[in-house]
Write a protein that binds this ligand. Sequence first.
Ligand SMILES: Cc1cc2nc3c(=O)[nH]c(=O)nc-3n(C[C@H](O)[C@H](O)[C@H](O)COP(=O)(O)OP(=O)(O)OC[C@H]3O[C@@H](n4cnc5c(N)ncnc54)[C@H](O)[C@@H]3O)c2cc1C
Length: 317
Amino acid sequence: MSTLITVKETLWSDLDVEATLDAPIGPLTWYETGGRAEALISPKSLKALQLLCQRCDESGIPVRVLGSGANLLVADEGVDGVIIRFNQPAFQEILWNDLDNGNPTRIGAGVDLMGIVQESARRGLSGLSQLAGIPATIGGAVRMNAGGSYGDTAQSIHSIELMTMSGKLCTLTAADLDFGYRHCALPAGIVIAAHCNLRATDPVALRAHVKEVFEYKKRTQPMGDRSAGCMFKNPIDPSTGKRESAGKLIDLAGMKGKSSGGAFVSEKHGNFIGIRDGGSANDVLALAFDVQQQVFDHSGIQLEREVVVWSQGGAFK
Ligand SMILES: Cc1cc2nc3c(=O)[nH]c(=O)nc-3n(C[C@H](O)[C@H](O)[C@H](O)COP(=O)(O)OP(=O)(O)OC[C@H]3O[C@@H](n4cnc5c(N)ncnc54)[C@H](O)[C@@H]3O)c2cc1C
């Protein structure tokens, strides 16, 4: 790591956390590549997270949250500051509720999305089946408004609990978050939990829907590749004002199957950039840049990256 180490263990040594200094975080992402973080911290309680955020805020230490790393590329040179991970039970609780009986279901930010889609279907509670097969934590799904042809995260959200970077807790409603296509107007802060509108329904039909969504995803996307899902957002075509498939534009620009170092554009879905053994984050970035250039030259449309890239020198991202 080339920057000065700014993080000191005194920030958390008296807190209920698990911490690793100079932690390899690239391997924790779906790309399984990329560098290290100054510190990787798993808080064991809300209080520990709160005090850690306050101290980092006062010391000007950047804090980032790692979900399941399914939409993330960590630069080869690594990242500065503190990376928070919600893999402790305090952030993986689920309080099940049927909205028709009063309250939404509270889902901790670290809960695995694929797991809860299956479990809610098993319980006959509808509201999340449109997200079947999407790798994420609930926190990451809210932040990205993950979704696809069958719907998105926004349509399930009643409200979220957010911790600001200075450690204050607040509740935001779905309206506050102004969700849009792969967009959530999340203020700088950390999603602690999402309150989701789940309702009792016919369990047989619900399980069939989950299966349908999952099968569609498997058929159309290279789920077995090491990737971060779609590299680019579907852009708005200026001539029609409608969203155009980025995958189709990449295909038309002749980029399907192209590679750079260990990175390659998927033959199955042009908007997925995969990586082979030994490939680096730089290989992925170089190929993504090339794809952007070729699409622009071919169609005049500038693709905007959907995948989040962490590198050094960032504040909260
Ligand atoms: C094979 C594959 C298929 C995919 N298919 C789809 C798809 O169909 N539709 C789709 O939308 N996406 C898809 N993706 C992308 C990915 O699944 C989503 O973007 C998902 O929401 C990422 O969640 P995560 O927990 O992995 O977040 P990460 O990748 O870990 O993080 C993404 C961003 O969210 C932030 N974040 C994470 N947790 C929190 C939190 N608690 N509070 C605040 N910020 C947080 C991170 O800091 C980062 O900025 C796919 C990815 C893969 C690898």
